[in-house]
Design a protein around this ligand. Structure first.
Ligand SMILES: C=C(O[C@@H]1C=C(C(=O)O)C=C[C@H]1O)C(=O)O
Length: 363
């Protein structure tokens, strides 16, 4: 008993000493980041302090150096918050996201920029684009594809009418819960609210557990969570943020049908991002409707051994070209082999626009 208490005291003294060291080191790091901001300002009075490629490099380096016992993702998450706080000293990043508050898109925004970012909910995807275009915020966050449900067409379509750039990506594991308020009669749930995508992602579970409950689609999971606050016979399917925001209780957790259900979000902005080392490029290409079109488009990627990560076809909205392809691939537009492919595709296409080269999501 006494042995353990001596050890405990010693260990706590050691922890106190380490905490003081960590505190001093974080403060020193924050001063360095402040100096970086002054250097940037001296070079350009409209300087953007946030640097996506540098942040990706910092996080990747930390993950590579980490020897445990904390796992590398956990360690990167801590450094994510340190960077976010350092940056906020000079200028908190302002981020518009597809709202309302409590959506997975807000969770994605905070995962990417850290909790010191100022996040502003928008009512629709095109409003997020407009806020960024107008310079009212630094960046926007919009969902683009889900591993179960596929592409968010509205986001892709909005790119066709916009000059906005992709500056980053973030992937979020999506866990859905069945939530009720404290006044809900749990045995009398006859109505369930959620976003159509979430219903689709939990369909088998709902068929097995609530085959007779009415499924009411609403504009977001957070909206669903808000509605059940006042209805004693209703439940909502939503994530942790919405549950916390509206003080709801869990009837069942992680009810998504696919265990690795995840959604990819894009960070949009007005900035061309330099190479980080592990990058992706997104392009949109319009092709004429001729035999062999798809082969002509993809052949240069194959020849230069560039890894395609996504290919989506959307109907063209101008009616002039029949196909519009959204293509994501590994590499940065400043790399010679990527530049060569882009040049070749340009010659074969009716129109080509590079939406952006950006660091592959780290966290
Ligand atoms: C300090 C810098 O500015 C910002 C803060 C960073 C940090 O705290 O490490 C990294 C990139 C920028 O978002 C920098 O560009 O190095």
């Amino acid at each position: 008993m006494s042995d353990t208490s001596i050890n405990l005291d010693e260990l706590r003294q050691r922890i106190d000493q380490l905490d003081s060291d960590i505190l001093n080191l974080i403060s020193e790091r924050a001063s360095c980041a402040q100096q970086v901001a002054h250097v940037k300002l001296a070079e350009d009075e409209d300087a953007v302090f946030y640097r996506p490629e540098r942040e990706a490099q910092v996080l990747r380096r930390i993950m590579a150096l980490n020897k445990g016992p904390l796992d590398s993702e956990e360690m990167a998450r801590l450094f994510r918050e340190i960077m976010s706080a350092c940056l906020a000293l000079e200028q908190p990043v302002k981020v518009a996201y597809l709202g309302p508050e409590g959506t997975f898109t807000q969770q994605a925004a905070l995962k990417h920029f850290g909790e010191s970012a100022v996040s502003l909910p928008m009512a629709a995807i095109d409003e997020v684009f407009r806020e960024v275009e107008a310079g009212a915020v630094h960046y926007g966050v919009v969902p683009v594809e889900n591993s179960t449900e596929g592409v968010v067409n509205h986001t892709l379509d909005t790119f066709m009418d916009s000059s906005i750039k992709i500056c980053g990506e973030v992937v979020l594991r999506i866990h859905h819960h069945l939530l009720v308020s404290e006044t809900t009669r749990r045995d009398k749930v006859s109505r369930i609210y959620s976003h159509p995508q979430s219903f689709a992602q939990c369909r088998k579970w709902l068929d097995a557990h609530y085959p007779h409950a009415e499924r009411v689609p609403v504009s977001s999971n957070a909206e669903a969570a808000k509605l059940v606050k006042t209805e004693w016979h209703s439940a909502a399917i939503a994530g942790d943020m919405a549950a916390k925001l509206y003080g709801l209780e869990h009837i069942a957790e992680k009810i998504e049908d696919s265990p690795d259900n995840s959604t990819r979000f894009l960070i949009i902005g007005n900035q061309d991002v330099p190479m980080a080392g592990e990058d992706k490029t997104s392009i949109v290409v319009a092709m004429r409707n001729q035999p062999g079109t798809l082969h002509a488009l993809l052949e240069p990627f194959h020849r230069h051994q560039i890894d395609l990560t996504r290919l989506e076809t959307r109907p063209s909205r101008t009616g002039v070209w029949n196909y519009v392809f959204f293509i994501d691939f590994k590499g940065h537009r400043d790399e010679p082999k990527v530049a060569a492919v882009l040049e070749e595709v340009q010659l074969r296409a009716a129109d080509l626009r590079v939406l952006g080269s950006y660091p592959i999501g780290v966290l």
